[in-house]
Write a protein that binds this ligand. Sequence first.
Ligand SMILES: *Cc1c(COP(=O)(O)O)cnc(C)c1O
Length: 388
Amino acid sequence: MRIYFDYSATTPVDKQVLDAMLPYFTEFYGNASSIHQFGQEAHEAMDKSRKKIAAKINANYDELIFTSGGTESDNLAIKGVAHAVHKKLKKNHIITSKIEHHAVLNSAKSLENEGFRVTYLDVDREGFVDLNQLEKTITKDTILVSIIYANNEIGTIQDLEEIGKICHEKNVLFHSDAVQAFTKVPLDVKRFNLDLVSLTAHKIYGPKGIGALYIRHDLQQENLIQKMIDGGGHEFNLRAGTENIPGIVGFAKAVEITTSTHIQQMTRLRNYLIQRILVEIPDSRLNGPNIKTKGDKRLCNNVNISFKGINGQELLLQLDKEGIAVSTGAACIADSVEPSHILQAIQLTPEEGALGTIRASLGKDNTKEEANYFIEKLKDIIHKLRKN
Ligand SMILES: *Cc1c(COP(=O)(O)O)cnc(C)c1O
């Protein structure tokens, strides 16, 4: 048996997505910038795809640019805006949180090295950003607030509407990395007052290497964002390079085929797994939002559990031997095992099992039988590891 529970790392390409993409490799292979028919076919496919994805987040067609993925989108949003606003208005301060993806965190660190000031907001024990601290931290010098919508490791879904209100009142720009949340949680750029949003295809059954950045119209017009890749005038002059048409078409198809049924299925399986593991395995602890009190604030496919006295990497390898793929919240850094920056931010201690943490992230096709098999193996392995 081979069971994949690592859909937050990446997903397979859906068959419908692949079928939509294939003709754009071999038949409609034109360069979207070319004026002849081959080029126009590619351009039309790109236009249609852009419209579909933009509509999904209530954005206009010309507010969405394609990139190589979530990482590039985060880099462009944060560095591109920081550099442009610094140049234009001499502002110097960025606010983000302690539980961002490395693409955001290291973009902020890179700005710090250039002389920008960065505030990393605290989160509570379930991973929610402290909104009072956010409000107090914003100054006249603040350029941008960047907060992840749904956390990739512990599944916490932030209140973007509230954060957007604060940013709007204080007149600072607002970016969100919505890579994990996209198509799983409502995302409305207008209602949330968002200026920038990062998306990627390969976490939603689309291909790898294609993503998008939503950039509110005014930012483009008022020169509040600076491009990072020079070249031709592609993507409204914000991201040069011949467009990846098969990827773009696949991305749009992936968005189109998402359904609420899948979300309900994953939520049920998530709750089943969490409830059984917490009851049946002693000294286990759920990280991220409580499913009884804040179930709707937890990503529908996220299970993150710590086991006291267990080494997460060892557990991962033992599960892998049984054909089960999960990920761990601790990494080997220079010969010592350290909890991830996210587990550190929620102040998870080694006594609580910080070093014995695994994430099982579910997909639309996972079954209850797979969940049962996983739980049995997990129980066996943990029992054995604790006896050693
Ligand atoms: C996967 C992921 C990214 C990176 O996206 P890529 O397309 O792999 O570059 C960024 N942010 C979050 C939250 C992610 O889960």
